[in-house]
Design a protein around this ligand. Structure first.
Ligand code: HSE
Length: 427
């Protein structure tokens, strides 16, 4: 059997998973690739650190050049995370005509097209299955078996940390801060959870999904996004009374020649398949014009699930090394000439704090009517206080219509506060 050598950049959480999969599943991996695969060198920061896996000291190096300049290394696997130096290393590896596998969503979302072009120019492969949805085979499924479809919508729960926090808030009636702290203590949330809880991580992943499914280039910074830090246990409770769960959704929806995309905490009806995706699990729900509805579900993070996707990419590359098969993947084309359409229209959930006095609901409802917004449901919870929660579920409207309504309402001091504005998904 031909031998394929691999170099790992990084031996952290995912790197350890990859290494341990190679130890436990070695025969299965070689059988699948029809080649003998082995990890030859690993770039680390500290040669003497205690590790969960036992690695021969000869395998470890602190110099990336030892991997790029080794003619026996065929595939470089980037598992450092963050933009720099990961992006620079990927570029250097491709230019050294090494095939590259990465799990790096920030690099692929930001520089994916440039790196794919460098891979094409150098006749090597660049694969990034693990960058979205951890162990769930999303990128491969979208770009191979599902590529015959025109996609109409794609809605993902693509961040495990926020889904874990929202699930715990829902199941135990806890506030955001309490759950975040417990999640950090248990190692489920990062010490600095900003990228996860502010929706940045989900925006990176949505950018990659849009490129893969719609062939449209959307820089992650241009994706409208809102995180989960302002979600209260009260909103979760009220949403539940209306038959919804609150989830952080990464959404892309096509309408004619426009694509709407955003990351927002959203009320998902309990009947929707995404409502049952709990804790650290991820899922991608999509509609294709041929396949119709489909949901991919699994563990979106973690050493072994993410490692599984990385090793899968390594095997796909190993299969084509030494064959006539062109290893490069084509840059997806925006074949429908889709244009971005901003946040689009949506049903909304609005939570007001309102003075409990005659005519209060009339003032708000009139303002909605004057701005062309139709009300689906309204609920008031009176606890005998001066200000009480009033919740509206609205039919489809734009964010501009909502803002104009809030301007009108603010001319009267009946409404003390617009506490929450959340999108509502239909099913
Ligand atoms: N931080 C991510 C999450 C995992 O919580 O889902 C890696 O993409």
């Amino acid at each position: 059997m031909k031998k394929i050598n691999i170099g790992l950049l990084g031996l952290g959480n995912v790197g350890t998973g990859v290494y341990s999969i190679f130890q436990t599943n070695h025969d299965k991996i070689s059988l699948s690739a029809q080649k003998e695969l082995s990890i030859k060198k690993i770039l680390v920061n500290n040669l003497n650190k205690d590790r969960e896996v036992s690695v021969s000291p000869d395998t470890l190096t602190t110099s990336a050049k030892d991997l790029f300049n080794d003619p026996e290394i065929d595939i470089i696997v980037e598992l450092l995370g963050g933009i720099h130096p990961a992006y620079d290393y990927i570029k250097e590896a491709l230019k050294a005509k090494k095939h590259v596998v990465t799990a790096n969503k920030a690099v692929i979302a930001t520089y994916g097209r440039e790196l794919i072009q460098i891979a094409i120019d150098n006749h090597v492969a660049l694969r990034y299955e693990a960058s979205v949805g951890g162990g769930i085979p999303i990128i491969n499924t979208l770009s191979k078996p599902l590529s015959v479809n025109h996609f109409e919508e794609m809605i993902g729960i693509v961040n495990g940390t926020t889904n874990y926090i929202l699930t715990q808030m829902t199941d135990y009636g806890l506030d955001y801060d309490e759950v975040l702290k417990a999640a950090q203590d248990k190692g489920f949330a990062e010490a600095d959870p900003t990228s996860d809880v502010e929706g940045e991580d989900a925006a990176y992943k949505l950018s990659i999904l849009i490129s893969t499914a719609f062939g449209m280039e959307v820089p992650p910074a241009s994706i409208p996004r809102e995180g989960i830090t302002k979600i209260s246990k009260d909103d979760i409770e009220y949403a539940s009374q209306f038959g919804y769960k609150i989830k952080l959704l990464a959404t892309a929806k096509k309408s004619d020649d426009h694509l709407e995309f955003h990351v927002h905490p959203t009320l998902v009806p309990n009947t929707h398949p995404l409502a049952s995706v709990s804790n650290e699990f991820n899922a991608l729900f999509l509609k294709g014009n041929a396949v119709d509805e489909l949901m991919l579900y699994g563990k979106g993070a973690g050493s072994l699930p993410t490692g599984s996707a990385v090793v899968g990419d390594i095997v796909e590359i190993a299969k084509i090394i030494g064959t006539n098969f062109d290893p490069t993947i084509s840059i997806p084309e925006n074949s429908g000439n889709l244009k971005p359409s901003g946040e689009g229209i949506s049903k909304y959930y609005i939570h007001f704090r309102v003075e409990d006095k005659p005519g209060a609901l009339g003032i708000i409802s009139t303002a909605f009517g004057n701005n062309g917004i139709s009300i689906e449901t309204v609920m008031q919870r009176s606890r005998g206080e001066k200000y009480v929660p009033v919740i509206y579920i609205l039919h489809d409207c734009t964010r501009e219509q909502l803002n104009s309504t809030f301007d009108d309402i603010s001319k009267d001091n009946t409404v003390k506060e617009v506490r929450s504005i959340l999108r509502v998904e239909e099913y």
